[in-house]
Design a protein. Structure first.
Length: 398
């Protein structure tokens, strides 16, 4: 049995933790001791030894661990996880009852009081993501709690124990009957192929659901659409379903070609009528300028950080220049969908990148609308960095 660890919080951080801030960081702790084992229960106290919160050691790139309860007497056991999961599932009831969407997030980490853990639902299959050895220490209680509360075809898992959040490859199957992959799920009536038995990325990023729907329903009809960093082409498929004249999907990863073809085919769309290009996006921008290609809509959804043979991309440092590239090949009155999942800056900072990019391009623009995380990606006001997704629809004016 691991002995609980008591950590004293510096006075300037006490109110923050008392109000519900969930991430335990080294800079907030007096006499920080890095030697505690992963999964050890932490008691946070103030400098007068007055209880603040309890949590666990779970080292990630974000911090040292997460708080779980502000009740000193609450035990972190299976009944605790049953209560947390029950509340999370009830909150997602509208998604469980949706006739046209059967892929969504059931537990969103600290938004549901379970920092370091996410659970997603794919038409009867559950996928658990463990983001530290610390939360994985509670694996048995969490899986048993899930078993107690839901019916399922199978439960799968992804381990992301590396401090950088990378995926640790091993057998992902946990319980139930192994799936026959891909499984086909629906998002707002559109089909997606999902692979729970491959890498950390299963085939679609669920946090962009509302954005894809808006592109299909409002913006795509008759338009020539460029989807950059396209992954499996989800934005392109929604644009095509929405009546786009043509879509062009560009991604550096070799797998993107077959994966995108698969998504188009699942929706009975002729992939031969679309352009699917495996190439570095920045190289493609140069090609498009040279060939004088112009688009009515350009979708920019790069990773927060990416490395290719020739360059390193960081959203915080490089998004402005990425936007300038997009501006140069967007038609007047065209739309740029600028998106980032970088949690290191907020929406105001993101809008400042947009403003600088247009000013440096000597072009005027209009912010049309913006999106953040959808409802199933629950967040809390005490942890604004948890609401990481920032999407802005920008009109390039004449």
């Amino acid at each position: 049995m691991k002995k609980d660890v008591t950590l004293k919080v510096k006075s300037k951080f006490v109110n923050k933790y008392r109000s519900g801030y969930p991430l335990i960081s080294k800079e907030a702790i007096i006499h920080f001791n890095d030697g505690a084992e992963e999964g050890t229960i932490i008691r946070l106290v103030d400098e007068k030894d007055k209880f603040i919160a309890k949590g666990y050691v779970g080292k990630q790139n974000k911090g040292y661990g997460w708080t779980l309860s502000r009740n000193e007497n609450e035990q972190i056991d299976q009944s605790f996880f049953v209560k947390k999961l029950k509340d999370a599932i009830k909150y997602r009831e509208p998604f469980y009852n949706s006739p046209d969407t059967n892929a969504f997030r059931v537990v969103n980490g600290e938004g549901d009081g379970l920092g370091g853990l996410t659970i997603e639902y794919f038409d009867g299959y559950y996928l658990i993501n463990w983001y530290s050895k610390g939360i994985y220490h509670f694996r048995e209680q969490i899986i048993n709690a899930l078993k107690e509360l839901v019916e399922f075809k199978a439960i799968y898992q992804k381990k992301r124990f590396d401090v950088s959040g990378k995926y640790i490859e091993e057998d992902d199957f946990v319980l139930g009957e192994r799936g026959s992959f891909p499984i086909i799920v629906k998002e707002n009536g559109v089909n997606f192929a999902i692979y729970l038995n491959e890498s950390a990325m299963v085939g679609v990023f669920l946090d962009q659901r509302d954005v894809r729907k808006r592109i299909r329903d409002t913006y795509a009809a008759g338009k020539n659409v460029l989807n950059t960093f396209s992954y499996t082409g989800a934005f392109s498929v929604f644009a095509a379903v929405g009546g786009a004249a043509k879509t062009t999907s560009v991604d550096l990863a070799n797998r993107s070609l077959n994966k995108t073809i698969e998504q188009f085919s699942l929706n009975e769309l002729d992939y031969n009528a679309q352009d699917i290009i495996v190439e570095d996006v920045f190289k493609y921008f140069k090609y498009a300028v040279k060939k004088q290609l112009m688009f009515d809509m350009v979708i920019l959804d790069p990773p927060s950080f990416a490395r290719s043979k020739k360059m390193v991309f960081s959203a915080e440092k490089d998004y402005k220049n990425l936007l300038k590239e997009a501006i140069s090949i967007t038609e007047d009155e065209g739309i740029i969908v600028a998106s980032t999942n970088a949690s290191s800056f907020n929406m105001n900072k993101f809008k400042s990148f947009i403003d600088m990019a247009f000013k440096e391009s000597n072009r005027r623009y209009q912010l049309v609308e913006e999106f953040s995380l959808p409802k199933d990606f629950k967040t809390i006001k005490e942890f604004p960095e948890g609401n990481y997704l920032k999407v802005v629809f920008i009109k390039k004016l004449r």
